[in-house]
Design a protein around this ligand. Structure first.
Ligand code: ATP
Ligand code: MG
Length: 602
């Protein structure tokens, strides 16, 4: 491609709309343009990158035995009603764009495809002889994200590869899951990215085990906790660890103390004094279930620990049977306005204890009449602890579970693991932290969707069984941007050669010099003919501008037909290192070929 003929517009200044380096650079280098909130045009250079990433993904999926297909983006509401996700996805979470056709039928634009693929499987899979099966597609997804940002990282329209597997049983699912795990490692390695596979929360998708693939970068929205020995890595949403030991309590007998103004753990510990590890703090949440029931939740946890809301949400879903709820559609720390809806009198905030009386809750329609009392493991272990007196300005010391607190409680693990904590598998190991960009997520789904939609097969014994499913996503457009986030310098992007839009750029410093033009044209044809995708900068711009642009767009190799031509030589510059060498014209092709041939796989 000749730059003179390309839609090629670069910007000198960082665009105001971009916050992180990769987003700034993609805009500045003319790879993408914003069309609306979270909606982007992929311009020619970007489209080439996306196709390269897609091709690597495709090759690895095919090698893992998956088959490519293409599913509809317009999905009838009935399918989502059958799986029970329509209301959550269109209203509660609101992530799905929904529309009505001219016959008033409701449709959703696919944010994901479990329902569609399960309906197809229900229709077409009859027997164990057809199993296992793994189908994938590479396609645009739509999600009405609350906070679209960082360009392609969190778009409302983006490209995903999603695969869905169907097996006869859990053991067979594990085999496919393992193959997909390995395929994901290959994809990331071939795309030239530094990454980590981590244990993950399975969230609203459901199922048992899941792992995320994190591209390591400071701008990542996710926090990863891991141990140096390589045996543990998890998203902080999922991570568990051993907290620091608590200090033995300095209080021996139950007493009520005046603690005016001590409505935070820090103030309380200074006032008494005591260690935060001797305190049971109680936090109020409010959960709203899918059937509309509001449940006031009292959570007790050791004073130095924090609540992990993802774990909390999962526990509340498990406890949903208490109020006949299947999922939690809202989970908040209620402000005074929200509290007023059910609290008959002001709550002693900052002084609450696990035994706060249920009669704070007024009888009201749609409100569960008792506190749901959850106690984190860290608080259960304490003896003679400090906690609120359920009265403003007062605490109790020397409190013990069972003796002083009569209410029944659910014991749970809802603490947030922290950097520096001891690891569960080996307490000698301490958790370390890194930021990551989630580019892939693989799930062992089990039978959640096959059961909901009635997708069954007949096993060898002639018995009808639900299909055992897995699902596997890669954010293709997010991955492409993550590659930039991981690799750039002050001059621009530095693409890994395997996914660069072009591998080489031939620059003519002075287009008025016919020797330069001729040598460049010859090289341009020779390289392209040999399969090295090459750009030709034949614009009438100054040489300095051309060099700057070549650096900005991050093409791995730059060839300059400049002054050394009189000796039959050109300059070859490697983008990543800026290393430059003068080489003979005839040496360009063999050298680039050698540099760009993929390393022999191990
Ligand atoms: P996140 O937690 O970042 O919102 P997710 O858990 O919703 O991601 P999945 O539903 O597992 O993501 O989707 C599979 C992959 O699609 C993700 O790993 C990510 O790479 C990509 N992805 C998800 N949402 C977006 C988005 N809004 N824009 C771009 N890529 C996305
Ligand atoms: Mg999401």
């Amino acid at each position: 491609m000749r730059l003179s003929q390309m839609l090629f517009v670069t910007l000198r200044e960082d665009p105001a709309e971009a916050e992180i380096p990769s987003h700034k650079l993609l805009l500045r280098a003319g790879y993408i343009r914003r069309v609306g909130s979270g909606i982007y045009a992929y311009l020619p250079l970007m489209w080439r990158v996306l196709q390269k990433v897609s091709q690597i993904v495709r090759e690895e999926m095919d090698a893992a035995g998956a088959q490519e297909c293409l599913l509809p983006q317009m999905q009838p509401a009935e399918l989502w009603q059958e799986s029970g996700r329509w209301d959550t996805y269109t209203q509660a979470e609101g992530i799905m764009f929904a529309l009505q056709d001219r016959q008033d039928r409701e449709l959703g634009l696919g944010p994901t495809h479990e329902e569609v693929i399960t309906a197809v499987a229900k229709d077409m899979i009859r027997s164990y002889r057809q199993l296992p099966l793994n189908l994938y597609q590479i396609q645009t997804k739509f999600r009405d994200e609350i906070r679209p940002r960082f360009g392609l990282m969190r778009g409302r329209e983006f490209i995903m590869k999603d695969a869905y597997s169907f097996s006869a049983d859990e053991a067979d699912l594990k085999i496919i899951y393992g193959k997909m795990h390995d395929a994901y490692c290959n994809i990331l390695q071939r795309c030239g990215l530094a990454y980590r596979a981590v244990d993950a929360d399975s969230g609203a998708i459901g199922g048992s085990g899941s792992q995320e693939f994190m591209v390591l970068a400071e701008a990542g929205e996710d926090q990863v906790l891991y141990t140096e020995d390589g045996h543990y890595a998890a998203n902080v949403e999922k991570a568990s660890s051993l907290p620091e030991e608590s200090q033995p309590s300095v209080f021996k007998t139950l007493e009520k103390r005046a603690t005016p103004g001590a409505d935070t753990i820090a103030k309380l510990c200074e006032h008494l004094p005591c260690s935060p590890t001797q305190v049971v703090k109680t936090v109020l949440y409010e959960a709203v279930y899918d059937n509309g029931t509001t449940v006031p939740v009292l959570i007790s946890i050791r004073g130095d620990q924090d609540i992990n809301e993802v774990k909390l949400q999962n526990e509340l879903v498990k406890l949903g049977t208490i109020v006949d709820g299947k999922t939690v559609v809202a989970l908040v720390v209620p402000d005074s306005h929200a509290q007023a809806k059910w609290a008959g009198q002001p709550l002693p905030l900052g002084y609450m204890a696990p035994d706060l009386a249920d009669d704070y809750i007024q009888k009201a329609k749609g409100v569960y009449g008792q506190f749901l009392r959850l106690v984190d493991q860290t608080a259960v272990e304490l003896k003679n602890f400090v906690t609120g007196a359920n009265e403003v300005g007062h605490h109790r010391v020397g409190v013990n579970w069972d003796i002083d607190i009569a209410q029944s409680k659910h014991i749970v693990d809802i603490r947030t693991a922290q950097v520096g904590d001891r690891a569960v598998h080996d307490p000698q190991q301490r958790l370390q932290t890194a930021r990551g960009i989630e580019i892939g997520h693989i799930f062992q789904l089990g039978t959640k969707y096959s059961q909901a939609l009635g997708a069954t097969y007949t096993n060898e014994a002639g018995k009808e069984q639900p299909l055992v499913m897995g699902c596997y996503g890669v954010g293709v457009s997010r991955l492409a941007q993550a590659a930039v986030e991981q690799s750039y310098d002050q001059n621009g992007m530095i693409w890994p050669a395997s996914i660069a839009p072009y591998q080489a750029i031939v620059i003519i410093p002075n287009v008025k010099d016919s020797t330069q033009v001729e040598a460049a044209e010859n090289l341009y044809h020779e390289l392209n003919k040999a399969g090295i995708e090459t750009l030709l900068d034949d614009r009438t711009e100054r040489a300095g501008v051309k060099f700057k642009d070549a650096d900005l767009i991050g093409i791995p190799y730059r060839v300059v037909t400049g002054r050394a031509l009189k000796d039959g030589k050109v300059e070859l510059v490697e983008r990543a290192t800026h290393e430059s060498q003068e080489i003979a014209l005839e040496a360009v092709l063999p050298i680039l070929k050698a540099q760009l041939s993929p390393p022999a796989s191990s």
